[in-house]
Design a protein around this ligand. Structure first.
Ligand SMILES: [Zn+2]
Length: 231
């Protein structure tokens, strides 16, 4: 069994500015035919697997994917499956695309963790769902956080800062900047994930012009994190 992950950047697609070029989301205002084309290109890159998408709502609902569905994407912020051949995708432009996998039981998950999802502990709840539904042991689960907005660019309002300090402690706020990656890491550790099994990309999507950034551009595309079990 081989489990693979991929994080896209903004290059290699066919969308025009401000979605240039590899925009994979329809809800951005981009031309649907360009997104169609980019999704086909993505499918080719991962080897013509079926891709399961989400209608992401900044919540903590987790959906177990049991079959190849051609229906409307479910309203949720995490997908979990143990089925080979179904790739799970999470769309982002600054939010953290978090991919989890358990190489022992063969279970994978894709999580959308922005500020709200993080406050709701969506990533650690997903790890726990992998345990409850598929018997994954926390010490077997590997986590990768893809490119996302880092504290260098993530200044938040006073109210949000106060919420973070009150609920999670002072460690995640540096003056007015929120460190979303560290907050997610801490929650995953609390769930029993092993520290060395948590990998965090140091790419800041807002600093790095190779990525879509909602904070930098407002009207922009979405890149994806994808995880799949090869058939
Ligand atoms: Zn930055």
């Amino acid at each position: 069994m081989t489990i693979r992950t991929l994080f896209t950047d903004r290059h290699g697609g066919e969308s025009l500015p401000p979605y240039d070029t590899f925009n994979l989301a329809y809800h951005t205002g981009d031309l649907p035919e360009h997104v169609d084309r980019n999704r086909i290109l993505l499918q080719r890159r991962i080897g013509s697997e079926h891709i399961a998408w989400m209608d992401q709502v900044h919540g903590d609902r987790i959906r177990i994917v049991e079959s190849v569905e051609e229906t409307t994407p479910p309203s949720c912020d995490a997908l979990v499956t143990d089925r080979p051949g179904i790739a799970l995708a999470v769309m982002v432009a600054d939010c953290i695309p978090i991919l989890l996998h358990d190489p022992v039981r063969g279970v994978i998950a894709a999580v959308h963790a922005g500020r709200n999802g993080t406050f709701l502990k969506v990533a650690s709840k997903t790890a726990e769902a992998m345990g409850e539904r598929f018997g994954s042991a926390m010490e077997d689960i590997r986590v990768t956080m893809g490119p996302s907005i880092h504290a260098c660019c993530y200044e938040v309002g006073e109210e949000i800062g106060a919420i973070v300090r009150k609920n999670f402690g002072d460690a995640y706020m540096n003056d007015r900047s929120l460190n979303l990656q560290e907050l997610n890491r801490e929650m995953l550790l609390q769930s029993g994930i092993t520290r060395r099994h948590i990998e965090i990309s140091d790419i800041c999507t807002c600093c790095n012009p190779n990525y879509f950034s909602y904070r930098r551009e407002r009207t922009t595309g979405r890149s994806v994190g994808v995880v799949w079990i090869e058939k």
